[in-house]
Design a protein around this ligand. Structure first.
Ligand code: HEM
Length: 418
């Protein structure tokens, strides 16, 4: 229940977007859920937006078609440009991606991409993800120490999606560099980011053009092949789609792995349970465990932007036409109204309909791939490096202060060298 005694204070609203907040936003979210569940605030960019923090309101808002994803509906569109989409994104063509459009355009594109990016394709990719995971661990296993973000969590998703898309092996390191630029300087259209986005877009456009005459067994070829009642993706649409798959599936998965390992370090009893279950050859706790890690400290702190297309009410607050609404997934997923002992990590939690992958028509398209990568990464790390531990005091870890994403800058670890 929303019991005031469980909140840190009932005074003034906590300061958001500070360094302390980036390190541990959960006390502030508990305060907001209790005292101002739909809260208007000024974001660091200067944009005013509503934060929705209770689970019931969040779930409803995510499915509310009156909340548009199209930044053209923002009351201050010029102000928000470059702050609501892909950092450094300029070209209208790239702007037309799933996370920026509404039905019927969204319905059409999502239907076409779903024909190519199928759960079956992901399932068939399992051995490749395992091989990539082992290859990355091989590179540092002999050293007895590593930075798990830079050497593991960061490269794994980028190589995985490149390989799935059909980017030739010799070009994948370019993607690693471009993605590194975007993750380091994301959130604003700064020079290096804009250049990386442009290089990625140009590369993907050329690759799609080449593959048109030489279709293979990869996701880009399937995006080109995909048809629905005679409808196809144009080359521009296929480029934007490949780009959004990379963009939406990259930093999220880095942080699923990083935040997940961190949560296990902070909860040694749960970690031991998971290790014992893996040693016994079971996979059940791994599957529920990765879902719980997403609920407990997931990578997407806030769902991407939504804008009211008409006046509406959320949790008793009047939202005006053009107002931006940010659904705080991280707050909703710790709501005691929905989850028993929400601040406790319980890897065997079953009644766990968390919002970590969103909800409604924009529900994460890549969830099967994210689950595969998350489960493979954690199981392989804990099995191959069983005495893995944090190499610095936990309070020395630094979190990225981004708005949408929550993740560690580095995760130094040590273990017995193999
Ligand atoms: C959408 C989370 C990995 C592709 C979303 C949304 C969330 C999310 C919360 C909805 C955003 C909103 O409604 O504003 C995650 C998490 C991941 C992950 C937590 C990793 C743990 C991936 C991967 C891919 C991917 C690996 C693809 C390779 C997408 C796409 C959308 C999306 C294309 C837009 C879907 C649409 O608008 O119809 N994701 N994601 N995601 N995700 Fe993921």
């Amino acid at each position: 229940m929303h019991d005031q005694s469980s909140t840190p204070s009932v005074g003034a609203a906590p300061e958001l977007f500070t360094w302390e907040f980036a390190t541990d936003p959960y006390p502030a979210y508990a305060w907001l859920r209790e005292n101002a569940p739909v809260h208007r605030t000024r974001l660091p960019s200067g944009v005013e937006a509503w934060l929705v923090t209770r689970y019931a309101d969040a779930r409803q808002a995510l499915a509310d078609q009156r909340l548009s994803k199209n930044p053209a509906h923002h009351a201050e569109p010029a102000h928000a440009r470059g702050k609501t989409g892909i950092p450094g994104e300029r070209k209208a063509e790239l702007m037309t991606h799933l996370l920026n459009i509404d039905p019927p355009d969204h319905t059409r594109l999502r239907r076409l991409v779903s024909k190519a990016f199928t759960p079956r394709r992901v399932a068939e990719f399992t051995p490749r993800v395992q091989a990539l995971t082992d290859h990355l661990i091989d590179a540092f296993a002999g050293r007895g120490e590593a930075d798990l973000i830079h050497e593991f969590a960061f490269p794994l998703p980028i190589y995985a999606i490149c390989e799935m898309l059909g980017v030739p092996r010799e070009d994948q390191d370019d993607f690693r560099d471009w993605a590194g630029m975007m993750i380091r300087h994301g959130g604003g259209p700064r020079g290096g980011v804009a250049r990386s986005v442009k290089q990625m877009r140009t590369y993907l456009g050329e690759l799609i053009h080449r593959k048109r005459d030489d279709l293979g067994d990869d996701l880009i070829s399937d995006l080109i092949r995909a048809s629905d009642h005679g409808d196809h993706l144009t080359e521009g649409e296929a480029t934007a789609m490949a780009f959004i798959l990379l963009f939406a599936g990259f930093e999220t998965t880095v942080n699923l792995i990083g935040n997940g390992v961190h949560s296990l370090f902070m909860n040694p009893v749960q970690r031991e349970r998971l290790q014992a279950s893996l040693a016994a050859g079971e996979s059940g706790l791994l599957a529920t465990g990765v879902e719980e890690l997403l609920r407990y400290d997931g990578p997407v702190e806030l769902a991407t932007w939504r804008f009211a297309t008409e006046p509406l009410t959320i949790g008793g607050e009047r939202i005006g036409t053009g107002d931006p609404v940010l659904v705080v997934l991280a707050a909703a997923d710790r709501d005691p109204e929905r989850f028993a002992d929400p601040d406790t990590l319980d890897l065997s939690r079953t009644d766990n309909q968390h919002l970590g992958y969103g909800h409604g028509i924009h529900y994460c398209l890549g969830a099967p791939l994210a689950r595969l990568e998350g489960q493979t990464a954690l199981a392989t790390l804990l099995t191959r490096l069983p005495d893995l531990e944090l190499a610095v005091p936990a309070q020395d870890l630094r979190w990225r202060g981004g708005l949408i994403m929550r993740g560690l800058r580095t995760l130094p670890v040590r273990f017995t060298a193999q």
